[in-house]
Design a protein around this ligand. Sequence first.
Ligand SMILES: [Zn+2]
Length: 255
Amino acid sequence: MDPWLVAVPSFAAGLAGLTAYGAVHPRSQLFCHTLFQTDQAKKLALTFDDGPNPAITPKLLDLLDRHHAKATFFLVGKWVRESPTLAKEMSDRGHLLGNHTDTHPNLFFCGPQETRTELLRCSEAIGQATWAEPRWFRPPYGFRSPWLGSLVLQQRMRMVMWTLLPGDWRLKPADWLIDRMKPIAAHAQNLRSPNQPSQKPSTGDILCLHDGDYARPNGDRAHTLAALEYWLPRWRDLGLEFVTMKQTNGKVVEA
Ligand SMILES: [Zn+2]
């Protein structure tokens, strides 16, 4: 049997697998440098995608205030144009705003020009609402393309992924979501354990939640609020500090 008959398809399959990994895996550095952890184990970066959402975001801002927590919000441009005052309020209350594209497409299937426009229009919407352009970017669905990295850098932003994606876009009971968020507390407990320093984590979590729904206005994210209500005081008791992406020293941790 000709070895090429075996080798070529398996090489192609391997390449396709590698491309898929590079496109979507949160730790992949294939297409560009990507932040996916904070620079200290005790620093927890709370991040929220797909807003602003008038039905949920104001309640979330109050909840975060009650726990003295600042977060990073990756906003969708079309929703910023719908609620510019809310976007301004988020920024005024000390939260960091990031770009999550204008219409939330899967960028893996967008060409360079379309991708560039998606990024620019979102930054423009945030700039008009808040007088400050975002310096942080999160790709919709976590999908990246070979040209996304350079476009993000050209627009003076940094790419941010996550360590934990509990899946709060699913309409599940709060208990289900609370359970899915357990790994954050497990890491914090490990940090406080009597283990040797070398066995303890040196980097912290970036948690990806959603205060909006990219497809429809006023998306129901009450379970996200309830799960945070449960975890925020517990995380604080475990010694975690809530930081924005700006407060992690902007360190890129290599995979
Ligand atoms: Zn999204």
